[in-house]
Design a protein around this ligand. Structure first.
Ligand code: FAD
Ligand code: UDP
Length: 390
């Protein structure tokens, strides 16, 4: 895989600038951020080496067939949705799609109720028969007055009041983040809207679809360019001294890059427990959330998400953890402050570009990472930058 790479006597990273003997770019991480940039730069005629310390491409969006032959997402359920035509059109070069609208139920007070909270959630939870108009009045009557919406608690109690907050958000958030919603930025629970109609889709985006043959196949197509070499099972620090390259693109955790100079930047982790069951269907929808019971936050059943037909079914339980692989930046003011110190170090590194969810410490969905990578490509190549859709 390192064909065409000449060795180097230098001990320090070999950043030759024009790198006539080596790669123009060393990309660290083969997730969305790294793979989109690899593809874009290779398409410009640049020579790219992309390395990942994991044994596969795709980052957290990687999927594979399990022993039963079911397509699963080892790092938790990944549902693609975006409002960005640019992102959707770009990815459509590498995959066909299967339309899919994700639906989630929350296990509350012995019932499975739609989340995001909608008209049916309220009617079924309280045994009411409200109309859309009346439920709006209901929300207004139970909502708490919040002068300034700052935290994840403010967002919810300010819209639907304390009881719905306690039943659907407080326990889930405390489990997921190890923090009370009052300790987290508003942006976290604001990801989940409130509806007065009966729309029970988890997302309302214009484009909602899954890669027809899975994410990994899409990444394979993206990286199948003669200018791209892929090196797996490799931490970039193992090879950076020996392989000449012009510029680095780094998509791993930003604090690790700087050897935790200012201390560890909090990232939340998860433990994924996968199970296969010898029956066709496990639960009534793609994901069931458990805000108030059990150690896990949710169970997802892949067949709904992938559309695969099979006699058996595979599910994944998500158990939040403080330690382990970094999956989520934790949005709260003190972390943002610490990140800003790392961001200043990152900005000073003209030889490295930081991009992606972990490297820019942003709670980004896949489409936002793709948009950020496309914008980064434009910056790197001096093209006029369109605003970064978020
Ligand atoms: P990653 O995918 O994390 O890729 C970074 C890569 O860098 C990793 O593969 C890592 O191994 C590699 N790396 C790090 N350090 C080094 C090193 N030193 N040397 C070599 N390699 C290194 N988004 C959605 O849009 N929809 C969803 O439904 C959704 N569900 C999610 C569910 C879960 C449980 C999680 C955790 C995330 C979910 N996301 C979802 C978010 C999505 O996973 C991310 O937005 C996206 O995958 C981030 O891509 P990335 O390239 O920035 O990072
Ligand atoms: N959330 C909650 N109850 C739910 C669903 C979500 O409290 O039933 C909160 C929780 O804090 C969660 C956040 O909203 O972390 C964002 O939810 P989302 O489903 O977007 O999380 P992700 O899929 O990124 O893990």
């Amino acid at each position: 895989m390192t064909e065409g790479v000449s060795g180097s006597a230098g001990r320090a990273p070999v950043t030759s600038g024009s790198s006539s003997n080596g790669f123009d770019y060393l990309i660290v991480g083969a997730g969305f951020a790294g793979s989109v940039l690899a593809e874009r730069l290779a398409n410009d005629g640049k020579r790219v080496l992309i390395v990942d310390r994991r044994p596969h491409i795709g980052g957290n969006a990687y999927d594979r067939y399990d022993d039963a032959g079911l397509l699963i997402h080892p790092y938790g359920p990944h549902i693609f949705h975006t409002n960005s035509r640019e992102v959707f059109d770009y990815l459509s070069r590498f995959t066909a799609w299967r339309p899919y609208e994700h639906r989630v139920l929350a296990s509350v007070d012995g019932q499975l109720l739609p989340i995001p909270i909608n008209l049916d959630t309220v009617n079924r939870l309280y045994g009411l028969n409200l109309t859309s108009f009346q439920v709006e009045e209901f929300f207004a009557s139970v909502a708490e007055k919040v002068d300034q919406v700052r935290t994840s608690e403010d967002v919810v109690v300010g819209k639907v009041g304390r009881d719905l907050y306690n039943k659907f958000f407080r326990g889930y958030t405390r489990k997921q983040w190890g923090l009370d919603p009052s300790e987290l930025d508003a942006s976290v629970t604001a990801r989940v809207p409130t509806r007065t109609n009966r729309d029970d889709r988890y997302f309302a985006d214009t484009y909602q679809a899954m890669p027809l043959h899975g994410y990994t196949r899409m990444f394979e197509t993206m990286l199948a360019h003669p200018n791209i070499k892929v090196m797996l099972n490799t931490d970039y620090r193992e090879i950076q001294e020996f392989i000449p390259y012009g510029h680095m693109i780094y998509t791993g955790p930003v604090d690790a890059f700087f050897d935790y100079e200012y201390g560890k930047l909090p990232y939340r982790s998860l433990e994924f427990v996968h199970e296969t069951h010898a029956r066709e269907v496990f639960q009534p929808t793609g994901t069931v959330n458990y805000p108030n019971d059990y150690g896990y936050t949710r169970i997802s059943e892949f067949k709904y998400i992938t559309g695969q037909e099979h006699r058996h079914t595979s599910v994944v339980y998500e158990y939040p953890r403080a330690e382990g692989d970094p999956y989520y930046p934790v949005p709260r003011p003190e972390n943002q402050e610490l990140y800003r110190k790392y961001a200043a170090l990152a900005d000073a590194r003209t030889d490295v570009t930081f991009v992606g969810r972990l490297a820019t410490y942003r709670y980004y969905n896949m489409d936002q990472v793709v948009a950020q990578a496309l914008a980064t490509h434009r910056k790197l190549t001096g093209q006029k930058t369109a605003p970064e859709p978020a």
